[in-house]
Design a protein around this ligand. Structure first.
Ligand SMILES: Nc1ncnc2c1ncn2[C@@H]1O[C@H](COP(=O)(O)OP(=O)(O)OP(=O)(O)O)[C@@H](O)[C@H]1O
Length: 252
């Protein structure tokens, strides 16, 4: 089983420090959620941890001793990439071969990944003609087709219907609990994250500013408060206001 350790990660884009000295552990068999306001650095951090963006400083280690690479990491970050002129099956086959799945095992891996994401009946369809949600399912199937030890997912339920959301939750939990994968997932859907996560790390202005218990009620409010406190803003009064106005009584 492989865990990931990141220490002192920094990434700048010109004058902007998107990630500013982050330490993070993603433990085998656990789902680690990364949350934060828009622009807090989540995607940049995920891209570095998935091995697709070089940090300016810091180290990323897998306990297996290898560097994060396509063969051990499965990731879906940003929009799902697929060859529009190829079918779902051809896209998944090419993803499996690229990630070093032995050729004889590819058909089984493709069918298994497509079935797990509920697109087993779309194998002969061109990717370019898929709906937004089914493109997302294809992206997720491609990320998982090679049975990776580390899974990094940015907004995995984007565009998915409730059946897709359930399929992702089931798959993420099965990968972590049964296959012992280390899973890092980021999303703004905090309720959904709370149903899968073992731990939740809060990122703000590129730094880790705390963690939240998945069982905490009203995670959005707690996240907002943690970010505000990190900025030195007193939100006591704001938090004492009801978050939802009572519904007006129905007229008879
Ligand atoms: N390729 C890039 N070039 C320039 N600036 C970038 C680039 N990628 C990210 N940034 C900047 O880095 C900061 C962090 O962006 P990032 O996308 O990592 O945040 P995020 O937490 O994923 O945001 P969101 O929740 O809105 O998706 C932002 O200020 C963003 O504008």
């Amino acid at each position: 089983m492989t865990s990931l350790e990141a220490r002192g990660l920094v990434r700048r884009f010109g004058d902007v420090t998107a990630v500013d000295g982050v330490d993070l552990d993603v433990v085998a068999g656990q789902v680690h959620a990364l949350v934060g306001l828009n622009g807090s650095g989540k995607t940049t951090l995920l891209r570095m941890l998935a091995g697709v963006l070089r940090p300016d400083a810091g180290v990323i280690r897998l306990t297996s001793g290898t560097e994060p690479s396509g063969a051990v990491v499965g990731h879906l970050i940003d929009a799902p990439a697929a060859y529009p002129e190829l079918t779902v099956e051809q896209n998944l086959t090419s993803a499996a071969l690229l990630r070093a799945v032995p050729r004889a095992l590819v058909p089984h891996a493709v069918t298994r990944a497509a079935t797990a994401l509920g697109i087993g009946d779309l194998l002969t369809r061109r990717a370019g003609g898929l709906s937004l949600g089914n493109r997302q399912r294809l992206g997720l199937a491609a990320a998982l087709v090679h049975d990776p030890q580390l899974v990094v997912l940015d907004e995995p339920t984007n565009g998915l219907d409730p059946a897709g959301v359930l399929a992702v939750r089931r798959l993420v939990l099965e990968r972590a609990r049964t296959a012992g994968c280390a899973i890092l997932v980021s999303s703004h859907h905090l309720d959904e994250l709370a149903r899968m996560a073992d731990r939740i790390t809060v990122l703000h202005r590129g730094r880790v500013v705390g963690s939240l218990e998945p069982q905490t009620p009203d995670l959005e409010v707690q996240l907002f408060a943690m970010a505000a406190r990190a900025d030195g803003i007193d939100v006591t009064e704001e938090l004492s206001r009801p978050t939802l106005a009572p519904k007006p009584e129905a007229r008879s």
